[in-house]
Design a protein around this ligand. Structure first.
Ligand code: DQA
Length: 147
C-alpha cells in the first residue's frame, strides 16, 4: 500500500528558506524520513512536490485509486485554495495536514486552512518530525477498523 506525501509551493527550498521558521532539514531529508518510517509500518510512499496549484490537484486525482492515505503540506495554498479543498473532497482516504511551523501562532492570514475541514488530523509546529508523526498516525488509522 502506498501513501502520498504531497508538498506545495516553496517547500522545495526547505533548509535554505527562512530556516529560523522552517528549520535546516531539506525536503529530500524529510522524504527519506517518511520513506523509512512508512517502511516500518509496511507502507511505501509516493513523494510529490510542486509550486503549481493545478499540479497539486492532478497529484490528488492521480492518488485517488492508487494510494491509501495522504500527508499534505500545501504551503501557502493551505490558506487560499478552494480548488485543492475540492480535490481533496474527492479523495476518499485519510488525509493528514502537516505544517512545519504553527500557522496559528503567526500572521492572521495564516489562520484559515482550506485543508483542515477535510483532514483527519492536523500537525503543526513540530518541524520536520511532524511528517514522521503524520506517517505514524496514518499507519495507525489504516490499521484501525473503519466501522
Ligand atoms: C507552512 C505554513 C504556511 O503558512 C506557509 O505558507 C508555508 C509553510 C508550514 O509548513 O509551516 O509555505 O505550510
Amino acid at each position: 500500500s502506498t501513501v502520498l506525501i504531497l508538498n506545495g509551493p516553496n517547500l522545495n527550498l526547505l533548509g535554505v528558506r527562512e530556516p529560523d521558521i522552517y528549520g535546516h532539514t531539506t525536503l529530500a531529508d524529510i522524504e527519506d524520513m517518511c520513506t523509512q518510517s512508512a517502511a516500518e509500518a509496511g507502507l511505501s510512499v509516493r513523494c510529490v512536490q510542486s509550486n503549481h496549484e493545478g499540479e497539486l490537484i492532478d497529484a490528488v486525482h492521480a492518488a485517488r485509486e492508487t494510494t491509501v492515505g495522504a500527508i499534505i503540506n500545501a504551503g501557502a495554498y493551505t490558506h487560499t485554495s478552494l480548488a485543492l479543498h475540492d480535490a481533496l473532497k474527492s479523495y476518499d482516504q485519510p488525509i493528514i495536514e502537516v505544517h512545519l511551523s504553527n500557522p496559528h501562532a503567526r500572521e492572521s492570514f495564516r489562520h484559515l486552512s482550506y485543508l483542515s475541514p477535510v483532514a483527519a488530523a492536523v500537525i503543526a509546529g513540530a518541524g520536520a518530525s511532524g511528517y514522521v508523526h503524520a506517517v505514524e498516525i496514518l499507519a495507525e488509522k489504516l490499521r484501525a477498523p473503519t466501522t
